[in-house]
Design a protein around this ligand. Structure first.
Ligand SMILES: C[S@@+](CC[C@H](N)C(=O)[O-])C[C@H]1O[C@@H](n2cnc3c(N)ncnc32)[C@H](O)[C@@H]1O
Length: 255
């Protein structure tokens, strides 16, 4: 069984460079991601004042759909707007309207510690938008067998960092099932004081799975993509069986 082993944090940057190459090579993957970004864009409320910020932007392609988004990551790659660590953000209190984390939540070893920081920088009513793997039956199978990171549904979450933790100590951590457990299965429900859960939406995306994502082989081209999108519509009433993506929107409650 794959375990959540600790690797040096630089592993992320190795994967960012690899993903960027896949992005340039795979036009279908780009289309699929644009569709995902559009779903995120639809959850941005322009009446909330403040900055729209993505944390953990990695290869950083969200601006194609959300041009006003400030892109950030732990690593200072030239295509990013600024360097940010989720555990210690440089944004002022209440200055951010939307924080977007695309495939980043499951890399946070101490999600509760990061969540406190997100709460600090968000304006009242501001939104935290997470887009994550969904551990349905299909999701578990595919992410376990075809992705290098552990799904780790059985491993306990360490919600808060120990007192000795400094943000710069963050190592490489991955537990693909963490958003499923925390928000879909409700394990974090008692830990969300100060937040309102706006939405927890499992999404069927066989189109994404058959594209091979960034690291797997592509199973087909445009025709398969159209077929899979039709299948996604049929599969959407059965998320526990078929969802592979999870959209979570938390809203900071007014003080
Ligand atoms: C799986 S990648 C996702 C990258 C990008 N959002 C995407 O969808 O392609 C996870 C990203 O989270 C970043 N990351 C991990 N821990 C972080 C932290 N504590 N603060 C900010 N970013 C972090 C990594 O550097 C990496 O770029």
């Amino acid at each position: 069984m794959k375990m959540t082993v600790a690797l040096p944090i630089g592993q992320h940057n190795i994967e960012i460079q690899r993903n960027r190459e896949a992005w340039l090579r795979k036009p279908l993957l780009r289309d699929i991601y644009r569709r995902f970004y559009s779903q995120i864009a639809a959850r941005i409320d322009p009446t909330i004042s403040g900055l729209v910020v993505e944390l953990g932007s990695g290869m950083s392609t969200i601006k194609e759909v959300i041009p006003q988004c400030i892109t950030t990551d732990l690593f200072t790659n030239p295509w990013l707007d600024r360097q940010e660590n989720a555990y210690q953000l440089s944004f002022a209190d209440r200055s951010v309207s939307h924080l977007i984390l695309f495939d980043v939540w499951h890399h946070l070893r101490y999600p509760g510690t990061a969540l406190r920081e997100f709460h600090r920088v968000l304006a009242p009513g501001g939104r935290l938008i997470l887009f994550e793997p969904a551990a349905s039956w299909t999701g578990r199978l595919v992410y376990h067998y075809f992705h290098h990171e552990p799904v780790a549904l059985g491993e306990p979450t360490t919600w808060e960092a120990p007192a000795s933790f400094a943000p710069g100590d963050a190592d490489y951590y991955a537990a693909q099932g963490s958003a499923t457990r925390h928000f879909w299965w409700g394990e974090a429900r008692d830990r969300l004081a100060g937040w309102h859960i706006n939405e927890v939406r499992p999404i069927a995306s066989f189109a994404y799975l058959t594209s091979g994502g960034f690291s797997g082989p592509r199973l087909g081209g445009r025709f398969l993509d159209s077929l899979m999108r039709a299948f996604d519509n049929l599969a959407s009433p059965f998320p526990r069986a078929f969802a592979s993506r999870l959209m979570v929107v938390l809203q900071k409650e007014p003080a």
